[in-house]
Design a protein around this ligand. Structure first.
Ligand code: ARG
Length: 461
């Protein structure tokens, strides 16, 4: 069998069910361009080590270039008999340059060091694409924050009315974790940029090859320090699965807010037609499917991470075939985010907010009670007492069915002698928001600073 890389000691070929189980071309074919690039680099070190003549090197490179073009055009594809991307490409090379030259390429390398290297190369590119998609979502959030910079909204904890905030502050609160995710991608890349090439099956290469030269040629920062670790470890893949899942979870929390905000009960925002769907039975419906699919797919990405960790957990060193299960979860997490990120960016950028509705609800639920307590503290009252007095004010307002600002002077004085009419100065939504002006707070000046910083950070990446 021409697609096989290991027939020598076997009298019989694999059983059909064995071959079907073993086969990975249906998913590892995306590694083909990386495999060919790495093969070209490998041919160079073979030549330098005196294992490939100058003429053979030229023939090999010409053949690999033709193969790359045929892979890109779809002219060359894996055959049913090819076990994996590596076997298929060796077959393709030999078809193009003959066995005399093509049969020399595999010296000094194993699929174990190859696949670990190619996966790292693929992942480094894929994570860059994901990172740029994440930044597009951050830009959408920053754009909406800029448009709605002074819009007030009810702030909640436990989903209960808490304190008034600026909508822009809340939108940027979703941008911050996404920016941290982008820094996670950079951190991860530093650990992914280490080349296993030259580790062979597990023990290293004996043919005088140069792992460091190959590593540099393929854009890695370094060659692996330990050939056993290089072929056996997949913590880079697990870390990627975590970063991808974290991005999905961060998007999911944003999605959940959008789902709530666009209900008729909240009424904070309306989805654009292009980023929502209708119902087949209820004509009035406008459903937040982008947000719901985001929430749903985050579960899938968490599953990919958990599954990969479980695959790794009990494997002895070095390579085991279990490791072939490393790629699909990571490929899938990347593919799902490549679908989600542009959709989330589009949904966020086209949301229409309803400032009057949010402003009306901002003081509801006595959200200025903390402002009474803090005003009393500024008058010299201990916070323990101030908290009690503000609480009594809430009770009084609730009994009378009015807002805190509507309590009359006598009622205030009856609650506590310190509650003079001046307290009403802080009993406005804007006053409350403006007073939270320490670094990181919701006061307009602070949020504008934060927005500028977010935009500068995005540009700096
Ligand atoms: N297809 C395998 C993988 O994805 C690489 C081949 C290693 N196979 C082997 N028998 N050593 O991990």
């Amino acid at each position: 069998n021409e697609g096989s890389l290991w027939g020598g000691r076997f009298a019989d070929g694999p059983a059909a069910a064995m071959a079907a189980l073993s086969k990975s071309t249906q998913f590892d074919w995306v590694l083909a361009p990386y495999d060919i690039r790495a093969s070209k680099a490998h041919a160079v070190v073979l030549n330098r080590a005196g294992l490939l003549t100058d003429d053979d090197l030229v023939a090999m490179h010409t053949g690999l270039d033709r193969l790359a073009a045929d892979v890109a055009s779809g002219e060359f594809a894996p055959a049913p008999t090819d076990e994996d991307v590596h076997g298929a490409l060796e077959r393709g090379l030999i078809e193009r340059v003959g066995p005399q030259v093509g049969g020399r390429l595999r010296a000094g390398r194993s699929r174990n060091d190859q696949v670990a290297t190619l996966f790292r190369m693929w992942l480094r590119d894929a994570m860059k694409r994901v990172g740029s998609g994440v930044l597009d979502v951050v830009e959408s959030l920053a754009g909406q924050a800029r448009t709605n910079i002074d819009v007030v909204m009810p702030g909640k904890t436990h989903l209960q009315a808490a304190q008034p905030i600026l909508l822009s502050h809340h939108l940027l609160a979703h941008a911050q974790p996404l920016l941290r995710d982008v820094t996670r991608i950079f951190d991860l890349d530093a650990r992914t940029a280490v080349s296993p090439y030259g580790s062979g099956a597990l023990a290293g290469s004996s043919l005088g090859l140069d792992p460091e030269a190959i590593a540099a040629d393929l854009g890695f920062d370094a060659a692996a320090a330990n050939s056993i670790d290089a072929t056996a470890s997949r913590d880079f893949a697990a870390e990627a699965a975590f970063v991808l899942a974290m991005i999905a979870v961060d998007l999911s929390r944003l999605a959940e807010d959008v789902i709530l905000w666009t209900t008729s009960e909240f009424g904070y925002a309306t989805l654009a037609d292009a980023w929502s769907t209708g119902s087949s039975i209820m004509p009035q419906k406008k459903n937040p499917d982008v947000a719901e699919l985001t929430r749903g797919k985050s579960g899938r990405l968490i599953g990919n991470l958990a599954g990969l960790l479980a695959t790794l957990k009990a494997q002895p060193l070095a390579y085991n075939r279990d490791l072939q299960e490393d790629k699909e979860p990571v490929f899938d997490s990347v593919a799902q985010l490549e679908l989600l990120l542009p959709a989330v960016a589009g949904m966020v950028a086209t949301l229409t907010f309803h400032p009057e509705r949010m402003e009306e609800l901002a003081p509801a639920g006595f959200t200025l009670a903390t402002d009474i307590a803090e005003w009393l503290v500024r008058q010299g009252v201990p916070f323990r007492v101030a908290h009690e007095v503000a609480g009594a004010s809430v009770r009084a307002a609730e009994e009378r069915g009015v807002g805190l600002a509507d309590l009359d002077d006598d009622t205030l004085a009856a609650i506590d002698e310190h509650l003079t009419p001046e307290v009403r100065e802080v009993l406005t939504v804007r006053g409350s928001i403006g007073s939270r002006d320490a670094h990181g707070g919701t006061a307009p000046a602070r949020v504008t600073e934060q927005l500028d910083e977010v935009v500068a950070t995005v540009r700096g990446f």
